[in-house]
Design a binder for this molecule. Structure first.
Ligand SMILES: [Zn+2]
Length: 178
């Protein structure tokens, strides 16, 4: 897909501001109404003539008054993927804790050692789950989900293109033709 000069290719698909708004929308805490960039759907203040995120001019890309369902669906998928990865890493951490417990179990059959081993099981599995899930999983999940999102966004932008190119400024529309 040809990259427009105004599009920063490395900029995240969802601006931090849109991210916030979408998170509230899917929880039902914010209505899907407002003034959004016609290109990247970043919320725009009334006086804005250019998107602060993707630099699209409103004369070029008329703002829309709601975020398309496809974009909300992409956001849900993004969050779902992130949490799947984080949870998988957390489970891996739990398994490592259990594996450590089983390994240490064989070291000695003294009662005090069994007790120590159980304490190690509880502490280690929680610790490993937190480190793997919260630290590594978070990072990996974020990257994975954003990569997939970028791909979905490109496909979405291609279906959207014919509807938004050459559209007269001021035309109120979803900005999308199927
Ligand atoms: Zn924008």
């Amino acid at each position: 897909m040809p990259t427009q000069a105004s599009n920063a290719p490395e900029a995240p698909v969802f601006s931090p501001r849109l991210d916030e708004v979408l998170a509230e929308m899917i929880k039902g805490q914010a209505p899907n109404r407002g003034r959004f960039c016609g290109n990247c759907y970043t919320p725009l203040a009334e006086e804005r003539r250019m998107c602060p995120h993707c630099s699209a001019a409103t004369s070029d890309r008329p703002p829309v008054d709601r975020v398309p369902a496809e974009v909300i669906a992409m956001f849900r998928a993004l969050r779902r993927r992130e949490s799947i990865v984080v949870n998988s890493f957390a489970f891996l951490g739990l398994f490592l804790g259990v594996a450590l417990f089983l390994g240490l179990f064989l070291v000695s059959d003294a009662l005090w050692w069994r007790i120590v081993d159980i304490i190690i099981l509880v502490v280690a599995s929680r610790l490993f789950a937190a480190i793997l899930g919260g630290g590594l999983g978070d990072e990996v999940g974020y990257r994975f989900a954003r990569r997939r999102l970028a791909r979905e966004w490109r496909a979405f932008a291609e279906t959207r293109e014919p509807g938004t190119r050459n559209r007269k400024p001021g035309t109120k529309d979803q900005g999308r033709v199927v």
